[in-house]
Design a protein around this ligand. Structure first.
Ligand SMILES: [Zn+2]
Length: 132
């Protein structure tokens, strides 16, 4: 218990970090950006194929914008600014493509299926479930 406390609290600070509002923004950006991998991994394991859900792109946009704000207004670090200045563009584009694609398809309502079919399909090609 003492070792855990020593790990969490040292140099008189939580994790030894000099905390400020911008540090919270930076760590939040890191947490959101990292969470997208967990979301994508879980979605892929669930379907047993590579799946990139729209939540992945939302987390990518939010995480990279938080990290860009941290880089621009707190760190003023050109390397970090360059790393996050433009990557929201393909994330946003992928989200838009996701949305457009979703509008032209319907998804199987069966709990363990969820496979996408063309909008005019009457039955799921994977499990045979009737589509609405
Ligand atoms: Zn199905």
């Amino acid at each position: 218990m003492v070792a855990l406390f020593d790990f969490l609290w040292f140099d008189g600070k939580l994790l030894g970090v000099e905390w400020s509002a911008w540090k919270v923004v930076g760590w939040l950006g890191n947490a959101v950006f990292t969470a997208r991998f967990l979301v994508q991994w879980r979605a892929s394991e669930k379907r047993k194929q590579v799946v990139v859900p729209s939540l992945f792109w939302w987390l990518s946009i939010i995480g990279s914008l938080l990290l860009l704000a941290y880089a621009l207004f707190y760190r003023r670090d050109s390397v970090m600014i360059a790393a996050y200045a433009f990557n929201w563009i393909p994330y946003f584009r992928n989200l838009l493509l996701h949305h457009r694609n979703k509008l032209t398809r319907q998804f199987c309502p069966a709990p363990d299926c969820g496979v996408a079919s063309p909008a005019d399909a009457r039955f799921c090609a994977t499990c045979g479930c009737k589509l609405s």
